[in-house]
Design a protein around this ligand. Structure first.
Ligand code: PLP
Length: 369
């Protein structure tokens, strides 16, 4: 057992003492980094912490492996569970960088609050990630576009069948080396407008990164894929009239000289990539409007050739160009410019910052350790 001292200038690191139990044998040599998938290979260790008697305790880095849960564990039944997703990168200079981990910590806290889960201190959240990434640094790929995906997770682990918040919680972080999202290049996706099912309703949990939102999206997504699309384009839950987001990404449309994106308002997941895209567009003096967007506005713009470009944004893909929207049985093609478009420019800029090739002008990077 060792007590971890992270080299950092921030005082709060003293608040989290992490016990480290090293795995007996690393699985790293067996991992095929030339054929990485997305989230099907886990690194040697995980971070673990337990909420017992009103406080977080037992902060530890443990060998990654199965955990014991009683069948009566209430979050398995009622879904009191929150997760996050972010990445660590090994830069062209060998430096390990996290991208906006503080923003994920903040969102994690907001999500937890909605599901009555005790907050993890935002500084502890980042410290735990840094410690785990450092422990498994041999698992960070070094090819541009690949990364170590980081998945924090918290759930109630008390066994009880009455419907109430759990009194015990488990906080885990696991990591997984992942390929570039678009194997074979920066390839476009096709979206099917969903007019029957909804992802989120006003007053619901749309802004929280919680398991239930994902469970509810599986059937409509599978249907869209059967119909030949990659993802669902979600509309608002009240009237199915306004565009909200796409699959697990936020969405942007470029019409002539302006970019529009739906405003956050409780039903849309506040993406860290979304916020980064908005920051860059403003900095580049590209007109950006956050406002409600009717699906009919986008279809009209498509028909009249005014829609120049559309793309999704999210941690996994960074930026994903959209080349087709299916709406009421009709296909609407959208232009894609894989070399000169705004999507590609944003993708290159964000990746450049993540890999240390471009200056970190917005203080988005935390280095490890
Ligand atoms: C995670 C997520 C996003 C993207 O968020 P990022 O922080 O950019 O990765 C968008 N929509 C949904 C529904 C999500 O779960």
């Amino acid at each position: 057992m060792a007590r971890l001292e992270l080299a950092t200038s921030l005082v709060w690191t003293a608040s989290l003492n992490i016990t480290i139990h090293h795995s007996e044998r690393s699985r790293r040599a067996d991992a095929d980094f030339d054929n990485l998938g997305f989230g099907n290979l886990f690194s040697d260790h995980m971070f673990s912490m337990e909420w017992r008697d009103g406080t977080w305790r037992e902060a530890a880095i443990l060998p990654y492996g199965p955990i014991a849960l009683e069948p009566g564990t209430a979050s398995l039944h009622y879904g009191q569970l929150i997760f996050e997703g972010l990445k660590a990168f090994r830069g062209d200079d060998g430096v390990i960088r996290l991208f906006r981990a503080d923003a994920n910590a903040e969102r994690f806290r907001n999500s937890c609050e909605r599901l009555c889960i005790p907050a993890v201190d935002t500084d502890d959240f980042v410290t735990a990630i840094k410690a785990l990434v450092w422990e498994d640094r041999a698992w960070i790929p070094d090819r541009r576009g690949q990364a170590l995906y980081i998945r924090p997770l918290v759930f109630g682990d008390e066994a009880h069948l009455d419907v109430r918040p759990s009194r015990r919680y488990r906080f885990l972080i696991m990591t997984s080396p992942v390929r570039e999202y678009f194997a074979g290049g920066f390839s476009p996706i096709a979206l099917k407008v969903e007019e029957h099912y909804t992802r989120a309703a006003p007053g619901g949990t749309g802004f929280a990164k919680t398991a239930g939102n994902y469970a509810a999206s599986l059937l409509p997504t599978a249907n869209s894929q059967t119909a030949g699309f990659s993802q669902v384009l979600w509309l608002d839950g009240r009237d199915h009239r306004y565009i909200e987001e796409v699959g697990q990404m936020n969405i942007f449309f470029r019409q002539e000289d302006r970019v529009v994106t739906p405003p956050l308002g409780g039903t849309i997941l506040p993406g860290v990539t979304r916020d980064s895209v908005i920051t860059l567009l403003r900095d580049w003096n590209i007109a950006l409007e956050e406002r409600p967007i009717e699906i009919d506005e986008i279809i009209d713009a498509c028909r009249q050739g005014r829609l120049v470009e559309a793309f999704g944004s999210g941690t996994a893909a960074v930026v994903a160009p959209i080349d087709r929207i299916g709406y009421r049985g009709q296909d609407y093609p959208i232009p894609v410019d894989l070399d000169g478009g705004l999507a590609k420019r944003l993708y290159d800029e964000i990746l450049g910052i993540q890999f240390g090739a471009l200056p970190d002008r917005y203080e988005w990077i935390q280095t490890v350790p």
